[in-house]
Design a protein around this ligand. Sequence first.
Ligand code: COA
Length: 263
Amino acid sequence: MEERLHPNLVLERKGAIEILRVDREDSLGALNFEIMEALGNYIQDLGARKEDVRVLVVTGTGRGFVAGADIVGYHKVGQTEFDNFQRRSRKTFDAIANLPQLTICAVNGYALGGGLELALCCDFIFVNEKTKLGLPEIKLGLLPGGGGTQRLPRLVGPMRAKELLATGRMIKAEEAVQYGIALEACSPDGLMPRAIEFAEELAGQAPVALLESKRVIDDGLDTALSAGLTMEQRVLGALYATEDGKEGIAAFIEKRDPEFKGR
Ligand code: COA
């Protein structure tokens, strides 16, 4: 069942998985203020539904995933509106990165500037032979403003991030996997089926442990190693005390499939 959240955002619900598609083919998925706001509102709502929805898949339409911020719109705005757009995109992108649920970005085409930055807010990136990724803002005399200077080096290291930022060059699927930006490269037709298959695999895991697996890693990366290790043991102890923790161990001993309840 598909629902249009905004003229350029389509949502499909599949049990514990939601698929959000940017639908703005004529501009290759470029994001303007209204789309960014609608996306942010949806993400905020999704974050409050973690009991029901455990995985989000984000994708695009046609040749574009998201070819960045709407540069045609940039041309018409003054400094205040420009700054407002950057603040709005920060809010939306932070909300995606901080979602409790697991997120998968299926990059079907161009993911440039804000498009790559949106993908970098997701936990997993899948690409295909049509994917082209890059931060081309240098070619406009600008820099990325949606986390590209911060999230990319944390993923690929500072040297590769500086190279991609300073040249603005586009990379394809193979390089994206090689640099650790993407988890897997798929065939053009295989991208969505594979992203959904992976989403279903995740959604089938013990729900509390699944969300904690994300939170512990992300929170740990923001802290010192010793504090992260302490947090890991605290979370494991709490999971051991859950019904699902007891069920998982009992099912292993009884040689049967576990029935997780999410508590
Ligand atoms: N903002 C607004 N419109 C965009 C856009 C963007 N970021 N990227 C592409 N479009 C629009 C083009 O203006 C064009 O519209 P038109 O048909 O009305 O002229 C349409 O999408 C198709 O793009 P076009 O450039 O004709 O396609 P192409 O195959 O020749 O090139 C790209 C594709 C992605 C390489 C090229 O569009 C591009 O470089 N886009 C800008 C990417 C960018 O700099 N992003 C960072 C923004 S901060």
